[in-house]
Design a binder for this molecule. Structure first.
Ligand SMILES: Cc1cc2nc3c(=O)[nH]c(=O)nc-3n(C[C@H](O)[C@H](O)[C@H](O)COP(=O)(O)OP(=O)(O)OC[C@H]3O[C@@H](n4cnc5c(N)ncnc54)[C@H](O)[C@@H]3O)c2cc1C
Length: 289
């Protein structure tokens, strides 16, 4: 439920022009707003009727409704569907925008590999650990492990609908310059090399949903590792070593939903950092001995 609350922060904050108050309309974006997300008409289709015909996120997306019989005729293997409009975050543009925003605020950006969180002490008072799978080593956390995802990026500019099989394994996701075809969820697999057999399977499954994809060109294989964990770790930890203290805020393990929940999760991490700063400013009570 907490993760769902973080998710609610996404449309309002990421897409600063999105206003549920105006019935889910979009306001013009200002220069201080992030790159405009794509407003994407979407179909989620099922081979059997799901237990929850109206999902918990129905009010987060725009214009949620059940698909009509006419719409479902496109998908003869499927008996039920949900139609809505969602936002697609073009993450490369969005991350660049975030980076520029940090630089513009006068903050310092350093890029380097960290072998041990103690390396950051005493240069930094509080550490925020967002290292995803790196937390296996940095936080000594065996609960975090990869969930491998292989997708294809293709050119098929005529595809405008996001189509997702309810199982979540097959999806067609149009973006600005390409369409993403997915996918896989391979738990515990660290391989970053594309598997040609899997790619053939993805293309075949997606073509079954959208036959025009047979004409897709410029096919590229992509692999990513989701930072999987039974639950997100968002908590404070005070590391103590030889009389030294290092407050750490962990914020990792977002699995397959890190983009959707990033803003809400970051706000909670920021609150925990404020608590750490407050603790640092509070003098330790004098010993009564
Ligand atoms: C195929 C695929 C599809 C996805 N689709 C979606 C989707 O539709 N919606 C959604 O919300 N999410 C999706 N995700 C998941 C999303 O990408 C992740 O949840 C998100 O990237 C996690 O962000 P993060 O910053 O916590 O971790 P990461 O993106 O893994 O970033 C961790 C960073 O820490 C750095 N790091 C690690 N160890 C160290 C170290 N020792 N020293 C220095 N730096 C270190 C890494 O280099 C990396 O830059 C998808 C993922 C995949 C693979």
């Amino acid at each position: 439920m907490q993760v769902f609350t973080w998710c609610l922060g996404f449309p309002q904050t990421f897409a600063a022009g999105y206003t549920p108050a105006t019935g889910g309309g979009f306001l013009p974006f200002s220069s201080s707003c992030p790159p405009s997300p794509l407003k994407t008409p979407s179909w989620q289709i099922f081979q059997s009727v799901p237990t929850r015909e109206v999902p918990v996120w129905a009010d987060v997306v725009l214009g949620f409704r059940k698909m009509t019989e006419a719409e479902l005729k496109r998908f003869p293997q499927h008996v039920f569907g949900q139609a809505f409009t969602t936002l697609k975050c073009e993450t490369s543009a969005y991350l660049s925008w975030l980076e520029n925003r940090i630089k513009a605020s006068g903050s310092l950006l350093l890029t380097r590999r960290i072998e041990d969180l103690w390396e950051l002490q005493p240069a930094f008072d509080v550490v925020v650990n967002c290292s995803g799978l790196g937390s296996r080593q940095l936080a000594g956390d065996p609960a975090i492990s990869p969930v491998r995802g292989q997708v294809l990026q293709v050119r098929a500019p005529w595809v405008k609908h996001f189509i997702r099989d309810g199982s979540g394994l097959t999806y067609i996701y149009p973006g600005v310059s390409h369409v993403t075809l997915g996918g896989t969820r391979q738990e515990g697999d660290w391989s970053l090399s594309p598997d040609a057999e899997i790619s053939r399977g993805i293309l075949s499954r997606c073509c079954a949903l959208e036959p025009s994809l047979h004409r897709a060109c410029d096919i590229k294989e992509k692999v990513g590792l989701r930072p999987g964990r039974p639950s997100v770790r968002l908590q404070k930890e005070l590391l103590v070593r030889g009389g030294q203290r290092l407050p750490v805020v962990h914020n990792y393990g977002h699995g397959s939903g890190g983009v959707s929940v990033h803003w809400g999760s970051a706000l909670e991490a920021t609150r925990l950092v404020s608590e750490c700063v407050q603790d640092l400013r509070t003098p330790a009570p004098a010993s009564k001995l």
